[in-house]
Write a new protein. Structure first.
Length: 260
């Protein structure tokens, strides 16, 4: 498998490039970068120091992978990086900042799709098959579970955790944790289960039990975390949904419109 590297690309000799990579005009690959087999780096894209791209990753034009954290206390001497899983697509103008922690990485899972001009801040962790629509913005230390979709222009507050198969509406502002399998809109407002996503992935039995757990937790006035502790479940999915309430780095969970 032959590589194709444009003569105007700037590649540090200390970068490691596997076979079959394509690097376009005026792309920049810094030292200590590792690029896997069949990766595609488009014209004018930048992959900064300590970044690791697994196999078959695409980085489109004007994207910057591994930029310095936007943290005033960060020291550039910190050896930290970004790791992007196999099959992920990073579209035009996306920015992914490296970790603030010595030896740490900002991590993007496998087969993710980061649409144009979305931003992933330092120390974020995205699971597999995550989609960020155009201009989605993730603050530092945000966690996003497998299969979640974050709508265009949404803003996710630092240290927020978003579970699996969550749907975040466009332009939403999420300041509290979002348990798995939910939809959230406006300002941390839960609007129901992500039934479209669930029907693609889960059995009818699992969805039925998730409906029951959702009603037990969110269709009451009070603290969802309190109700989750007294609700039981049998399916792994429902148990996972309830387990999301057992801890929160932000201290609160998104609430439903049905609550006072």
């Amino acid at each position: 498998m032959r590589s194709s590297i444009h003569p105007t690309a700037v590649i540090d000799p200390r970068a490691e490039l596997a076979e079959g990579v394509e690097i376009g005009p005026f792309a920049v690959i810094e030292a200590d970068v590792t690029i896997g087999t069949a990766c595609r780096i488009a014209a004018h894209a930048i992959v900064r120091r300590f970044s690791v791209l697994e196999d078959d990753v695409t980085v489109d034009s004007f994207a910057v992978v591994g930029g310095l954290p936007q943290d005033l206390s960060f020291s550039e001497s910190t050896r930290s990086g970004v790791r992007i899983g196999a099959g992920t697509v990073v579209r035009e103008g996306v920015t992914i900042n490296r970790s603030t922690v010595e030896g740490g990485v900002s991590r993007i899972g496998k087969n993710c799709f980061l649409m144009a001009n979305s931003h992933v801040a330092h120390d974020c962790e995205l699971g597999n098959d995550v989609i960020l629509a155009n201009n989605a913005m993730l603050g530092g230390h945000v966690h996003v579970g497998d299969g979640s979709f974050l709508g265009g222009g949404c803003g996710i507050h630092q240290f927020v955790s978003i579970g699996k198969l969550v749907m975040v509406a466009g332009n939403a502002s999420v300041t509290h944790d979002v348990p798995s399998y939910l939809m959230v809109a406006e300002r941390s407002l839960v609007t129901g289960l992500n039934l479209v996503g669930l029907k693609r992935k889960l059995s009818k039995e699992a969805i039925s039990e998730l409906r029951a757990c959702y009603k037990a937790v969110y269709m009451k006035t009070g603290d969802p975390a309190k109700f989750a502790k007294t609700t039981s479940a049998d399916s792994p999915e429902a148990k996972e949904f309830l387990a999301c309430f057992s801890s929160s780095r932000r201290g609160r969970f998104s609430r439903s419109r049905m609550q006072v």
